[in-house]
Structure formats: structure tokens, C-alpha cells
Design a binder for this molecule. Structure first.
Ligand SMILES: [Cu+2]
Length: 119
């Protein structure tokens, strides 16, 4: 009996956790400007992850190079200042003040592409 009671509690907690997952938040809902770690792009294995990052207007996006080769973050349309060359574990941040879709790439490896959608 104790076992079943514990399981039900665990299931309830799990469902509650699912319900609380941020992805269930309606986009555009008014929220505090808490960008935290959500606006993080990792550069790893010659790719930007996530390749498409969607953030609210004003969010500061941080790219961190987790690769063991240098990379850069360069706006394909010059819409934001490009990063310096990022060595391993170095980061670059930019706060997107205007809504839009921002394509970027790595100038060292032009096939590495990513996109930030600001809405
Ligand atoms: Cu690169």
C-alpha cells in the first residue's frame, strides 16, 4: 500500500512538473524579462545549438564556444556587431532590442549557420 501511495505521488509530481515546463508558456504572454540561461547558444561540434533560438525582444543572447577550435558569430546581414574569435569556453553576448529574424554564421566555417528569432 505504501508503495502504491508513493507511486501516485510521484506520478502527480511528474505531471505537475510537465505542466510547469516553460515550453507550455504561451509565446507573447507578458513575462518578466528573465532571460537567464534560456538565451544560450552553444557552439559545439561545428554547429550552433539550438540552430534556431526564439527569444523575446530585449533578450540577451550568449554564444559559448564549447568546441576545441575557434569560431565566430557573424550576422549575415550585418544586423548586429560580430563577435571576436571565440576560443574554447569563450562567450559573446548581444541583446536584441528589435523584433526580427537574425541569421548568422561562423566566418571561419561559413557552413555553420544559425538564426535568432526575436519576437
Ligand atoms: Cu566556426
Amino acid at each position: 500500500m505504501r508503495q502504491i501511495g508513493f507511486s501516485l505521488t510521484a506520478v502527480t509530481a511528474f505531471m505537475l512538473a510537465l505542466w510547469l515546463v516553460p515550453s507550455h508558456v504561451t509565446p507573447g504572454a507578458s513575462q518578466p524579462n528573465d532571460t537567464g540561461n534560456k538565451s544560450q547558444v552553444n557552439i559545439d561540434n561545428f554547429s550552433f545549438t539550438p540552430a534556431t533560438l526564439t527569444v523575446p525582444v530585449g533578450a540577451k543572447v550568449t554564444w559559448t564556444n564549447k568546441d576545441d577550435v575557434p569560431h565566430t558569430v557573424v550576422s549575415t546581414t550585418n544586423a548586429f556587431p560580430h563577435s571576436p574569435t571565440l576560443d574554447t569556453d569563450e562567450s559573446f553576448s548581444y541583446a536584441f532590442a528589435k523584433a526580427g529574424t537574425y541569421e548568422y554564421h561562423c566566418s571561419v566555417h561559413p557552413k555553420m549557420v544559425g538564426r535568432v528569432v526575436v519576437q
